[in-house]
Design a protein around this ligand. Structure first.
Ligand SMILES: [Zn+2]
Ligand SMILES: [Zn+2]
Length: 255
């Protein structure tokens, strides 16, 4: 540790000690400023987040990624355990995969003012965004160059499932959100580039892939963005949430 750092630490201690003295009129500037800027209301819709903060450039969203709804992938001792059988997404007969739901420590950092990217990055495997209940969105692949179709049988009642890592996730419409918590035309979350994700309906009509661009979105007015914004739509056919990569420059996620 250099003398300069020790000096700064001492200065920091002294100034914070001084600030406790209510008679002091000396205004000091901390050498390590913590910026805490108001989070726009639209991000507060992510009700499953354990914290949502902003530094003015990025919104930081923390979540444990465990669903707030019933799932066949909770332990039988859990009140959210669901003994589901029958048809799931795509008309497949539900067949449980060997994984179970784990609590994670996601930290999503997404741009507060999303901008279109010059070069559109492909979405990675793993979390590509966060939904309202804090569960991550995954892309349209089951693994590297592996189509999703083989995995659909393992989507639970609400069309999510866990990875071998315990990460519960949605590759398709999060049915609990669109049928219980909000509606099929509501905001459902954000991708890592900061652009919002909406459900499969808009203005009372189904949105199909033909109405969307290569990245699976379009620019239009929404309830949350009356001035209009680029946004993704989740549709019932491949690629479901995102197409050929992020429309904007993605932030980061630690998972
Ligand atoms: Zn999956
Ligand atoms: Zn739209």
């Amino acid at each position: 540790m250099t003398n300069k750092i020790i000096y700064l630490l001492m200065l920091s201690f002294l100034t914070s000690a001084c600030s406790k003295d209510s008679t002091s009129s000396i205004s000091t500037t901390s050498p390590v400023a913590t910026v805490n800027i108001t989070v726009p209301d639209v991000f507060k819709k992510i009700y499953g987040a354990s914290s949502i903060t902003s530094d003015g450039t990025f919104i930081t969203i923390k979540s444990n990624g465990a669903p707030d709804h019933k799932s066949s992938y909770y332990a039988t001792s859990n009140t959210l355990y669901d003994n589901f059988s029958g048809l799931t997404f795509g008309g497949y007969n539900f067949s449980k995969n060997p994984n179970s739901i784990g609590e994670k420590s996601y930290v999503f950092k997404i741009p507060v003012n999303p901008k279109v990217a010059t070069n559109h990055m492909a979405t990675p495997l793993g979390a590509i965004g966060v939904s309202l209940n804090g569960v991550p969105f995954f892309n349209q692949y089951a693994g590297p160059n592996q189509p999703l179709a083989g995995e659909m049988v393992s989507f639970d009642r609400y069309w999510g499932h866990p990875a071998p890592t315990g990460q519960y996730h949605y590759h398709v419409e999060p049915l609990y959100l669109t049928t219980v918590k909000v509606t099929k035309s509501s905001l459902l979350g954000f991708l890592l580039d900061g652009f919002p994700v909406y459900g499969p309906e808009e203005n009372g009509a189904l949105v199909d892939n033909a109405k969307l661009d290569a990245y699976h979105g379009h620019i239009a007015v929404t309830t949350d963005y009356p001035a209009g914004i680029y946004h993704y739509h989740i549709t019932s056919t491949d690629p479901y949430i995102n197409g050929s990569g992020f429309y904007g420059s993605p932030g980061t996620v630690s998972q």
